[in-house]
Design a protein. Structure first.
Ligand code: TYD
Length: 203
């Protein structure tokens, strides 16, 4: 009988370095690397609509499209891999919707949580790693060409998202670790590895 794999979600504002960390950690532990929105055939279509700044959309509609992508991703990609004993590292998961659509756009958090339960059906991570970066550092790192729906949002939105993440980290149903992502890459790698060392990785 195979044991369920380890499931870790990386979170943070755009340009926090989470994608680099998630890929590195997945490779190190021979885990499945995956991401949201868009890491499935259906998800590619949803991501295209979601990021297109030229398609006007209400925050609730945006939230429900994110949740459609997440539901498909959790049920068809993440849960089956974990059930087979494979570990999974995802670049974004349900905290992104709470932070961006909830704290950022003002969608009701209680209803968002209820819809999240329906979407993910109990597929919760063992740990959420929040890469917390100041908006000054994130702005310096961010490429300015072809900004998507989220990159083109104002500074106050990104401030709310960052503050929302920190509040979630303190009160969420699963454990979180907050890592200072203003650090240089090698220091950040070491901090992230320390934070993940106690998990029961199989590789
Ligand atoms: P992502 O591909 O992770 O881009 P980045 O490298 O810029 O972080 O995510 C694309 C955008 O989608 C990002 O700006 C955050 C946003 N997003 C939400 O608003 N809600 C969600 O639930 C998810 C998964 C992403």
């Amino acid at each position: 009988m195979s044991v369920r794999g380890v499931f870790v979600a990386f979170e943070g504002v755009d340009a926090s370095g989470k994608s680099t960390q998630a890929r590195r950690v997945a490779a190190r532990h021979d885990a499945l690397f995956t991401f949201e929105p868009g890491d499935s055939v259906l998800g590619v279509e949803l991501r295209r609509w979601l990021l297109d700044a030229a398609i006007p959309m209400d925050p609730e509609t945006e939230a429900l499209l994110m949740l459609s992508d997440r539901s498909h991703h959790a049920r068809r990609v993440i849960a089956p891999a974990l059930a087979q004993g494979r570990s999974v590292v995802t670049d974004r998961y349900y905290p992104s919707s709470l932070a961006y659509q909830g704290y950022g756009r003002g969608v009701d958090l209680a209803r968002l949580r209820a819809a999240t339960e329906l979407a993910i059906d109990g597929c919760l991570p063992d740990l959420v790693v929040l890469l917390d970066v100041s908006l000054e550092v994130a702005n310096e790192r961010r490429a300015r060409d072809h900004e998507d729906r989220f990159e083109s949002a104002d500074l106050a939105f990104h401030e709310r998202v960052r503050a929302g993440y920190l509040e979630l980290a303190a009160h969420d149903v699963v454990p979180w670790v907050v890592v200072d992502a203003n650090l240089e890459q090698t220091d950040l790698d070491a901090r992230v590895d320390d934070a993940l060392a106690a998990l029961p990785w199989t590789a």
